[in-house]
Ligand binder design. Structure first.
Ligand SMILES: Cc1ncc(COP(=O)(O)O)c(C=O)c1O
Length: 407
């Protein structure tokens, strides 16, 4: 019998093995060269600044768009929830794991997003897994944008339905796919509202029109749209199309400064998902401090909508600044501003140069981005200062030269 773990040994000790798997460099070799950009332990984080090995860095790699992880009211809510309810529900929503505060959060989120009902899961990933797999039967079809998030794809794989894909934001290709579906198949189109890597917004009016034309249901994953577009209420609100979308999905791990996920839609759909989504039923519920954090964050979002304007103004400033130094930021329209770098090794060297100069950005390689591509993913917070942003732009200009990004 072959040893099941031989691939792990190969991946660990043979640099060529990783290359054959499509990695630009073996993770071990990258670590030895100091250009491994993943799993970096942060000693401290205060939102816009973090400390790594005693070094202070400006954080431009977080999804804390509204800067709420350190908001005094949000912190206090989490601490008080632990004092009152303890640290965990130690059970599923289905059984002992639904607190009154879960129900309150669902009501408030349904109202905020503009849907009849909402259902809270323990992570955004589980929300997509559970929702998509609960809705699709063997004869159904799910249609995804090629740049949809991995959790959407995993939900499709877990479902009994057939998955089809269309080219990113290409409405002619979406129509081609929809037109090819048999009339007997139920169809769900799933799109990211704001694409997590490109920072671009889905052309929702066109997607809605095509779904209507072909009788498909529409789900928008608004992990990055809630808190950043539509005054904070997301992509459907941004386009004034809340009533034309069947399902809005969100995560609490970004603007809501917590962890967890939500799906919102019609009451009958929520009742179905509640009783059919295995990632909801067979997994423990969101712990009290995390629920309390989202409730408090939502309160701040309603009271301080200027945070949404601020983070978007920073996104605009950074896009303009990066373009001025010759960088390609693609079609970004939000506080996610990617810097496209064709060469994956160059992206890793640029990451290291930024890190050494006191800036923490993210590198995204396949499968997070399409094959053969690499990006430096930068993302901003309402709490970043103008001085911090000016320093990032100055540093980036120097790094562009040092890492030969434009050569
Ligand atoms: C578009 C999108 N959907 C879903 C998720 C999963 O959410 P979570 O990390 O909260 O589980 C993410 C997280 O990165 C995401 O970017």
């Amino acid at each position: 019998m072959v040893d099941l773990f031989r691939k792990c040994e190969g991946f660990f000790s043979d640099p060529e093995f990783a290359l054959k798997l499509g990695y630009p460099i073996s993770p071990r070799v990258a670590k030895e060269q100091g250009i491994y950009p993943f799993f970096i332990p942060l000693d401290q984080t205060e939102g816009t600044e973090v400390t790594v090995g005693g070094k202070r860095l400006i954080m431009i790699g977080s999804n804390n768009y509204l800067g709420l992880t350190t908001h005094p009211k949000v912190r206090e809510a989490a601490i008080n929830a632990i004092k009152e309810f303890g640290t965990s529900c130690t059970g599923s929503r289905f059984l002992n794991g639904t607190l009154a505060m879960h129900a309150q959060l669902e009501e408030e989120l349904a109202d905020y997003i503009g849907m009849e009902k909402a259902l809270v899961f323990s992570t955004g990933y589980q929300t997509n897994l559970g929702t998509i797999s609960a809705l699709l039967d063997r004869s159904d079809i799910v249609v995804c944008d090629k740049e949809d998030h991995a959790s959407i794809y995993d939900g499709c794989h877990l479902s009994l339905g057939k998955m089809k894909r269309y080219a990113h934001n290409d409405m002619a290709d979406l129509e081609r796919v929809l037109a090819s579906n048999p009339e007997s198949a139920g169809t769900l189109v799933v799109v990211d509202g704001v694409f997590s890597m490109g920072g671009d917004i889905v052309p929702l009016p066109e997607v809605v029109a095509l779904c209507k034309k072909y009788g498909a249901r529409l789900m928008v994953d608004d992990a990055h749209g809630l808190g950043t577009v539509g005054g904070g209420r997301g992509t459907a609100a941004h386009f004034g199309l809340t009533k034309s979308v069947d399902l809005v999905m969100g995560t609490f791990s970004k603007s809501f400064a917590s962890i967890g996920g939500v799906i919102a839609g019609a009451e009958s759909t929520m009742l179905w998902i509640q009783h059919r989504a295995r990632s909801l039923i067979f997994s423990a519920s969101l712990p009290p401090p995390n629920v309390a954090t989202v409730l408090a964050a939502l309160d701040v979002m309603r009271r301080e909508p200027e945070r949404v304007d601020r983070v978007n103004a920073i996104g605009d400033k950074m896009r303009k600044g990066y373009r001025a130094i010759g960088l390609n930021v693609g079609n970004s329209q939000t506080p996610i501003v990617p810097i496209f770098i064709g060469d994956q090794m160059k992206a890793m060297h640029a990451w290291k140069a930024l890190f050494e100069a006191g800036i923490y950005a993210n590198v995204a390689l396949p499968p997070a981005v399409p094959e053969g591509m690499a990006i430096l993913r930068t993302s901003y917070m309402a709490t970043h200062t103008d001085a911090q942003m000016d320093r990032v732009l100055e540093t980036m200009a120097a790094v562009v030269k040092e890492a030969h990004i434009l050569d």
